[in-house]
Design a protein. Structure first.
Length: 214
């Protein structure tokens, strides 16, 4: 598995009264950012078998903190995850699908995000199209509305995905990387979590998931 540099991440600051205004963008202005999003989305969810190791820490709203390692095994449809410590309550393993799934599926984050949202977060891009939807410039970034429920993506002027926002108020900042982000920081109603990529690689067909997964 390839090594990635260790990166320090700061949690996304909560929105406040001094947040910059959203300036709507026309279709022509938004097009390069929509194209960048769709390219990132296509690359992330292309048929591939991947595995990754993250170093993580999580804090619940009750003040419980945990640190450990998170391993991921992705077959193109289903993501199997395991942790060396219970980063989200007492759950240490589970599987998530990229398609529709009920909210509250067991995940390595202390959030109530759906399985598809968690998979998208771990890849740094949601499997939702951005075309023909509202776009706006917010400060130095461009915000793309992804659905009517409130899922949003923020892209830098260079077209790099820097943050995701979800209907329950969860916000995620991203350190760009491919196929997995080099790091991410999530903060939501149930707590917060940070992950830093340690390594990743191809997951060959027929290679079993190690016992314990970490």
């Amino acid at each position: 598995m390839r090594r990635a540099p260790l990166l320090a991440l700061a949690l996304l600051a909560a929105a406040c009264a001094t947040a910059p205004p959203a300036i709507p963008l026309g279709a022509v202005e938004a097009e390069p950012f929509v194209r960048a999003w769709e390219e990132r989305r296509a690359g992330a969810f292309a048929p591939r078998r991947l595995k990754a190791l993250y170093r993580g820490e999580a804090s619940s709203k009750l003040g419980v903190k945990a640190r450990g390692y998170l391993t991921l095994f992705w077959d193109g449809t289903t993501l199997v995850w395991r942790t060396s410590a219970p980063l989200a309550g007492g759950v240490r393993e589970g599987s998530l699908r990229k398609g529709p799934e009920a909210a509250g599926a067991a995940s390595p984050f202390p959030t109530g995000l759906s399985g598809a949202d968690v998979v998208g977060t771990l890849f740094g891009v949601l499997d939702l199209p951005a075309g023909d939807r509202p776009a706006a410039r917010v400060g130095g970034d461009v915000r793309l509305r992804l659905d009517d429920a409130g899922r949003e993506a923020f892209l830098s002027p260079e077209g790099v995905v820097t943050a995701l926002r979800f209907p329950d108020g969860t916000q995620v900042t991203l350190e760009a990387g491919s196929p997995f982000p080099k790091g991410l920081a999530a903060k939501g109603p149930r707590g917060s979590a940070k992950l830093v990529l340690e390594s990743w690689g191809e997951w060959p067909e027929g290679e079993p998931i190690p016992v314990g997964g970490t």
